[in-house]
Design a protein around this ligand. Structure first.
Ligand code: ZN
Length: 337
């Protein structure tokens, strides 16, 4: 008989009302702990049978707005003040968060390519499998908070995907507008297979994500967008009895609706060298404009390779690291809708 039940156990009973801090226990036998397990923190806050929102951060271990905002949110919520359930996983790739790395130091796996996971897989794969089997079925909607990590920098945006299911896409778009980031982007992924995003959408549930900054750190602004955005989603889904706080309520400019008409929105390096960005985030660009250039430190006599955009729009993402290789992401252009 094939075993399908997860090998991961949890100290939290998600069907019980109240606020419960606990952990997932993932078997992890290793040199320094023969019968050891990895304890991954999780919080359930529940009050009756209402809508359920799952909130995740630290899907990539060097992106910090999610862990910070979600730990603060979990501490601030009282079970009595909510209707339904909030499940918070502040550090989905917990070993990666503890190591300050994008991917897990245990198995080298990118959590956002590990879904739907496998019960017999590596630690990351077992985490993904448990989340897919036990957590996502409880959810009406999932917010996964990202930023650029150590290698990328984004103009803060919340995003939904262009979906064949237009009804589900519209629900995700409305949730993104409620999140209220400076940019609301209809995103096309470079490589959607294995993502938490795709796993949630394949279950017919609402998925909201964001890219809030980067460089392996946070700013007061990016943390605030995550904190207000997560709370706005609780309000949007009627889990807390509040109105979402719009950007205008906070004295800011309204969100800019943008999309990515095709794969030409990504600028990818064909060279190895030192990347010099020639324009800053949020700058408008026209097709043919140079966004950056790669210099060749071994050959000072060579001019740099200039990278031009193939479409007009706004620069919303760029390489944060300066040393690039062929195949590395350099820039992301989005177009105003
Ligand atoms: Zn990420």
């Amino acid at each position: 008989m094939t075993q399908t039940e997860s090998k991961v156990s949890t100290t939290v009973d998600f069907s019980v009302d109240g606020k419960h801090y606990g952990h997932l226990s993932i078997p992890h036998s290793r040199n320094d702990s023969g019968w050891g397990a990895l304890h991954l923190p999780i919080v359930s806050i529940r009050n009756g049978d209402g809508p359920t929102l799952v909130l995740t951060g630290g899907n990539h271990g060097d992106e910090y707005e999610g862990p910070i905002a979600l730990m603060k949110l979990a501490r601030s919520l009282d079970a009595q003040e909510i209707n339904g359930q909030v499940i918070v996983i502040p550090a989905l790739n917990y070993p990666a968060v503890l190591a300050g790395q994008r991917v897990s130091p245990i198995d080298g796996v990118n959590m956002n390519r590990a879904f739907p996971g496998s019960r017999d897989g590596s630690v990351s794969s077992m985490i993904a499998h448990f989340v897919h089997q036990k957590i996502l079925p409880l959810a009406d909607a999932v917010l996964d908070i990202h930023s650029g990590g150590k290698t990328m920098m984004f103009s803060p945006f919340a995003c939904y995907h262009r979906l064949v299911d237009t009804d589900l896409m519209e629900k995700a778009k409305q949730a993104v507008l409620a999140f209220a980031a400076p940019v609301s982007l209809e995103l096309v992924e470079l490589d959607a297979e294995g993502m938490l995003d795709t796993a949630v959408e394949d279950l017919g549930k609402i998925f909201i994500s964001c890219e809030l900054g980067g460089g392996g750190t946070t700013t007061t602004g990016t943390v605030s967008i995550a904190e207000v955005g997560a709370r706005n989603l609780l309000a949007h889904f009627n889990i807390i009895n509040e109105q979402p706080q719009s950007l205008e309520d906070r004295g800011l400019s309204p969100t800019r609706l943008m999309h990515m008409p095709d794969a030409n929105c990504y600028v990818i390096s064909n060279d190895a060298g030192i990347y010099e960005a020639l324009i800053d985030l949020n700058s408008p660009v026209k097709a043919g404009d140079a966004v950056g250039q790669v210099h060749f430190p071994e050959k000072p006599e060579l001019p740099p390779a200039v990278y031009r955009v193939e479409r007009s729009g706004v620069l919303v993402g760029r390489a944060h690291k300066a040393l690039v290789e062929s195949g590395d992401f350099l820039a992301l252009i989005a177009a105003e809708i």
